[in-house]
Design a binder for this molecule. Sequence first.
Ligand code: ATP
Ligand code: MG
Length: 243
Amino acid sequence: MLLEVKDLVVNYGGIQALHGISFNVDEGEVVTLIGANGAGKTSTLMSLARLTRPEAPEVRRGDILYNGESILKTEPHELVQNKMMSLVPEGRHIFGNLTVQENLTLATYARKGETSEIEDTEDLVYSLFPRLKERRKQRSESLSGGEQQMLAVGRALMTGATFIMLDEPSMGLAPILMYDMFRALREINKAKNMTILVVEQNAKVALDFASRGYVLDTGEIIAEGSSDVLRNDERVKKAYLGG
Ligand SMILES: Nc1ncnc2c1ncn2[C@@H]1O[C@H](COP(=O)(O)OP(=O)(O)OP(=O)(O)O)[C@@H](O)[C@H]1O
Ligand SMILES: [Mg+2]
């Protein structure tokens, strides 16, 4: 098991956001965590990435195992340095005053001496997202929302991580761009055996993309299974798939 989350409880001060969730992701899998606003999706990903910024939640109970070892004491930069995971955060957080190319290059800081591997990844990113290639010298703040989302994904790939986590990548994207994005992610999964964990409110898209998933409801996992099973789950249909 690449990632094993066990009975995770996280708090923001006195507010408990996750009430003991457990789930796992195997190497090479594409797994989704679906849930509505405030379900705890972002809190889960922030906890996994071990973010320590002030707005990040605090783990109060449970464990997060990566290849069988707890990462609760691991610093976020170590996760990046060791290419263990890369998070595409909610709201993208790209550097607007830098060009597309500069944003991508900046993401390779942990890959010193890997010149040819970095070039390969860059070729991959530009072939997955030709729009980025056309705009490589453009300042990122002038990209459209969808292009910025592609850049955020491209940057996660440039770190060389073998496991990427995405926080609502479909947010704000027109359907066609959304499907392009998921198609690109599936290609990376196939070509590179990339492990992918995606959290989404858009259950339909998420279940079409992932092979299995979990349903997160106000900090608890209330259903899990293959995408087929979840698509036909009454609660999922009622709450997330428009009846
Ligand atoms: N910095 C914070 N301080 C206090 N409470 C927070 C903080 N961030 C999130 N919460 C609370 O934790 C719960 C889970 O929030 P979270 O952001 O993880 O949800 P989400 O599933 O990502 O929602 P959305 O789909 O709206 O992004 C919510 O009740 C939210 O109000
Ligand atoms: Mg969120």
